[in-house]
Write a protein that binds this ligand. Sequence first.
Ligand SMILES: [Mn+2]
Length: 310
Amino acid sequence: MKTVEFISAEIGEGAQQMGCKFGPARLRAMGLVARLRTAGQPAQWGPTVTAHDELLEAGKLAVVQGFTPELADASHAATAADRFPVVLGGDHSCAIGTWSGIAQALKPQGALGLIWIDAHLDSHTPDTSESGAPHGMPLAALLGHGDAQLTDVFGWRGKLAPEQVVVIGARSYEPGEQALLQRLGVRVMYMPEVLERGIAACMAEALERVCAGTAGWGVTLDLDAIDPADAPGVGSPEAGGIPAADVLAALSGLAKRPGCAGFELVELNPSLDDSVHTSAKLCRSLIEAVALAPAVELAGDPATALARAA
Ligand SMILES: [Mn+2]
């Protein structure tokens, strides 16, 4: 197993509320590296990348434009050094940097696939967004749509191909972003489908899609995908989410699946968490499930079948 490298993505300026900027510090205080090492998993703290709030005068987009290449360099370096990046957000605009860096490192071998677990579609462009908040735009940017400074990190566009992206858990979105994903043919598993089929079946299909024709794949988890009863500490809570226990089960052993190139956990806002830190503790459990647990078999999951055959 590769060494887990935690990268702190300290940005909240991409959201309506700034509180996510302090998510990584909250998680650093929970002893993640020590806990993984005690369990026999090599782990280390990587860089902390902090958004330049002095750029806020020029707007939220300017802050994200400044932050993205710095985070991309960090995730690129971790992947290039053959470590397993775990990026701690931060608002979800950090995904542009995280996955641009990993895509750049994988590029000589092939494409990057991505599973996007989220209550929202995060697929606005500056033209369709009413709020103008960049944390509603990262998936569009990675697919090559939106602000050129965000789409063209490392000088190329289209870090993700539409057929190698799956969104799971969406239940709150606007027509403009949905139209973009429909036009591109991105597979979206809306919340009714997740409830009907179960998360295991959804993950199995998603893994099949992101493994097909890629050199590696990852998962970005927006904490707001999880039901607010289990994860109250988020800026944009949406009722009717996925139970935390189901997400924990679905992500168990993620890092040990063939081709897994990284994990990102975003949108923890410690100031909105409850008094017993339910959301932060859940984040710690999610990271431990990803990094420590053995890969569980999901019905029809080709990645698991591969692992068995090896
Ligand atoms: Mn999101």
